[in-house]
Design a protein around this ligand. Sequence first.
Ligand code: NAP
Length: 256
Amino acid sequence: MAQGTALVTGASAGLGTELAKLCAAGGYDVVLVARGAARLAELAADLARTYGIQARPLVADLADPSAPPEIHAQVSSAPVDLLINNAGFGLRGAFAETDWAAEARLLQVNVAALAHLTKLFLPEMVRRRSGRILNVASTAAFVPGPFMAMYYASKAFVLSFSEALANEVQGTGVTVTVLSPGPTRTEFFAAAGITDSGLFRGPAMDAAEVARQGYHAMMAGKTSVIAGARNRWMMRGARLIPRAWAAAQARRLNLG
Ligand SMILES: NC(=O)c1ccc[n+]([C@@H]2O[C@H](COP(=O)([O-])OP(=O)(O)OC[C@H]3O[C@@H](n4cnc5c(N)ncnc54)[C@H](OP(=O)(O)O)[C@@H]3O)[C@@H](O)[C@H]2O)c1
């Protein structure tokens, strides 16, 4: 008997793949959401074989506003016990010059789809008085990010939204956790075309370790976890310095 069902967005790569592995290893059936059909199918087969759970690939483009209700409808036969909103991507450039179409997709994937999936699955969890939600933000959520302004702001939304919901659901049997990774070795920087960024060239954590910290925080019902002691110290510092200084620091890192 499975422990329940976990739905993981952005499961085809990086942190999402590692989070899906942890859910499967914990005995959960998994629903794996992303655009990359071949990678999802391969991961699903691998997780089913390794952990003896049911793994279902669900191909969806979260930049399409109709994706969250379609995903919800596709999994309506069994309750979702763990919702992991991990899919996201970054963009760089001066806001005066960047492409709105790409930025609108970023808002849809990083912000609106995350909120919409939560809107669809949270009421059922509250009714059942059980369920856990893990939203993936970033250390970028704690500071303004010149030349990646939309990305940093999208993650500030995820952090604030998740902390507020964690408070709202107190006493319902449901928990909401937000994971803030710092630079992590995944496909994120290549996907954003920013492998020359100071964030990429500095120290980075292993995706498996970041996912482990997020998964354990979610299972423990914690509200917020910053991955890695170094990142925790840096964010403590970022809270103490004036926002303009933090912005200047982020500007230097983002420009490489
Ligand atoms: N890596 C870092 O340094 C770092 C640091 C802080 C926070 N984060 C956050 O961690 C999360 C995971 O990123 P990652 O580092 O694991 O990056 P990644 O290796 O590039 O993985 C991103 C995942 O998101 C999926 N995705 C992207 N656009 C999508 C869309 N339109 N529809 C559906 N799925 C989509 C990708 O799948 P498809 O391409 O197959 O759709 C992929 O599975 C993101 O929210 C990111 O912002 C990463």
